[in-house]
Design a protein around this ligand. Sequence first.
Ligand SMILES: [Fe+2]
Ligand SMILES: [Fe+2]
Length: 238
Amino acid sequence: MSDAVLATINDLPITLATTACEIASAIPGASKAFVLNRMDWCCKGAMSLGDHCREAGIDPVAFLGEVAAAASTAPRGPDWRRKPTPELVAHILTFHDAHRRDLPALGHLINDIEVAAPGRWEEIQQLADTWPLFAAETERHLAYEEENLFPAVAAGDLAALGPVMARLREEHEGHDHRLADFRTWCEDFRIRRTNNPRDEALRSVNDLHRRLEVFELELMEHMHLENNLLFPRLAPPA
Ligand SMILES: [Fe+2]
Ligand SMILES: [Fe+2]
């Protein structure tokens, strides 16, 4: 029964047919539950809760319990579905600024760990090998949006944006796959315990894990705002 209400969270009655986008948009903190269960709500925002849970092999009621728990501690923010487009774009650009700070800083941290403890962790080698290309691609993506998408949106010049958005959606999927690799390599960003307080390299790995997890959530939130909220407003009428 896809129309039976499984839970009501933040005044949103949720059924198996409720989309991931609706849940993530209406419930602050829900995005964390999606990430921790490896459910891609940003590139598959139109997919229903039932289909997401089936794909991830997760019980929907248990998942909604996690969403409710996350919602109970998350600060309530603006509902970006209802904000005017210029405000939404300005908000998206704050993610661009954050990524431009984080991408080089995380790259330096990865390199520092690799230099301090060469070969000690396979994940650090994997990150050291892939981060420069990922960072360069992400920075190119941000610049492409700033040159080809946002000025056209500000000018109301939407007619030629179809191919631009198609390219951006494809690149978002690439980012999403890369983030999934990082989470896999880093064992869900597990914090490692040690009895040696002088193990600086391990402390740095734990710091890296915490920061990568924040970066992952921010990049996915950013892609959700574009894929699920901004792009549908710009699509030319069929
Ligand atoms: Fe963006
Ligand atoms: Fe983007």
